[in-house]
Design a protein around this ligand. Structure first.
Ligand SMILES: Nc1ncnc2c1ncn2[C@@H]1O[C@H](COP(=O)(O)OP(=O)(O)O)[C@@H](O)[C@H]1O
Ligand SMILES: O=P(O)(O)OC[C@H]1O[C@](O)(COP(=O)(O)O)[C@@H](O)[C@@H]1O
Ligand SMILES: [Mg+2]
Length: 328
């Protein structure tokens, strides 16, 4: 290991995601193991600007691997988008001699990290932590697996009541511009249809699908609506369908922020630990402007620029086809 990086800070930014704590623990302990001074930034980029930066040691991260949320807190910080905010953040890091930063967050966090590391003499490595799974360079982002499991558990419960009453449910799930949670939870919960931001499914198509279901004696139906789809939220879709089919007993559930909470799955605890370990080792080696991600069962580095390129990322073709085939 090269001795050039001495002081490393870690922060969580954007929407919290289950597994962030496992990752913070891995970053801090890996840094300590290799003789580095470790710091935690409270409230993401806001904490950099406010100089809310605390020294951490191996005991600072005891008993957190199983906890959802983030012990470092997180924030959506508009000031960091401005040059003056970034400058303040840099001055605060410089004053503490911090020369390496691990940022755990999503696409917005990495957009900021890329600008920051290109402008200032700070090495930055990203860890993909977002339930949205909207980054290229990691098959799974941290928190995505737990969120899918949370959504599936909720939909299973709704299916019990939907079936008992012969009702049509529209269930809205998260994903700012990404249909990842919607697609996987649709497959795993046996939903009749799914509306995704990445794919044009016209309302006409949806109605035809529901009609077909009714004609083959489906008594209840579940439609998953990804929040970013172009026809609007679950209430809008339910309203449009109801206008065509007055006899349908339609109900709407917005799952909302419960999708972001909860104890991380085993998968996310292991992923968080692996990514935090790899990101810190990469930083110590002198890497910068990269993201640690999961490729198959290996952890690899991807340039932040590539991770952020939406054209690189795509939903799995077999899952998309299965939404039609397995829901007949
Ligand atoms: N263009 C940008 N320049 C600088 N910082 C940015 C930029 N875009 C986002 N950020 C920072 O990253 C934070 C997190 O981004 P956000 O999109 O809210 O969440 P996520 O990282 O989970 O996608 C923002 O609150 C802001 O501080
Ligand atoms: O919690 P907020 O600020 O209302 O944001 C909601 C958004 O955050 C998410 O839960 C997670 O997105 P990020 O990880 O990009 O922050 C999105 O699915 C959702 O659109
Ligand atoms: Mg995001």
């Amino acid at each position: 290991m090269e001795p050039n990086i001495k002081n490393i800070a870690v922060l969580t930014s954007g929407g919290d995601a289950p597994g962030m704590n496992a990752c913070i623990r891995a970053v801090v302990r890996t840094g300590v193991y290799y003789g580095k001074n470790m710091f935690g930034v409270i409230q993401g980029y806001q904490g950099l600007i406010n100089n809310n930066i605390e020294a951490m040691n191996a005991r600072s991260v005891s008993n957190i691997i199983h906890l959802g949320g983030t012990i470092l807190k997180t924030a959506r910080c508009l000031k960091f988008k401005e040059d003056a905010g970034m400058e303040l953040a840099y001055q605060n890091l410089k004053a503490k001699g911090i020369d390496g930063l691990v940022v755990i967050g999503g696409d917005g966090t990495f957009t900021g990290a890329k600008r920051f590391a290109e402008k200032y003499d700070i090495k930055v490595i990203g860890v993909p932590g977002t339930i949205d799974n909207d980054l290229y360079g990691s098959d799974f982002t941290l928190g995505y697996d737990t969120a899918i499991n949370t959504v599936i558990e909720a939909i299973d419960k709704i299916r019990d009541t939907a079936d008992s009453h012969d009702r049509l449910f529209f269930i809205e799930v998260m994903g700012r511009d990404s249909g990842c949670i919607a697609l996987r939870s649709a497959i795993a919960s046996g939903a009749e249809a799914v509306l995704l931001p990445e794919r044009e499914t016209s309302l006409k198509e949806l109605i035809t699908k529901l009609k077909e279901g009714a004609s083959t004696k489906k008594s209840s139906s579940i439609v998953i609506v990804s929040e970013g789809n172009k026809y609007g939220g679950a209430y809008d879709i339910a309203h449009a369908v109801k206008r065509k089919f007055k006899h349908y007993d339609t109900k709407v559930t917005i799952l909302g922020h419960l999708q972001r909470g909860g104890s991380p799955s085993g998968f996310d605890r292991i992923l968080g630990s692996r990514l935090g370990f790899a990101a810190t080792k990469a930083l110590i080696k002198g890497e910068t402007l990269k993201m640690a991600g999961l490729h198959g069962n290996e952890i690899k580095l991807t340039n932040l620029a590539d991770a952020l390129n939406k054209n690189n990322y795509k939903l799995e073709d077999d899952l998309l086809e299965m939404t039609h085939v397995l829901s007949i």
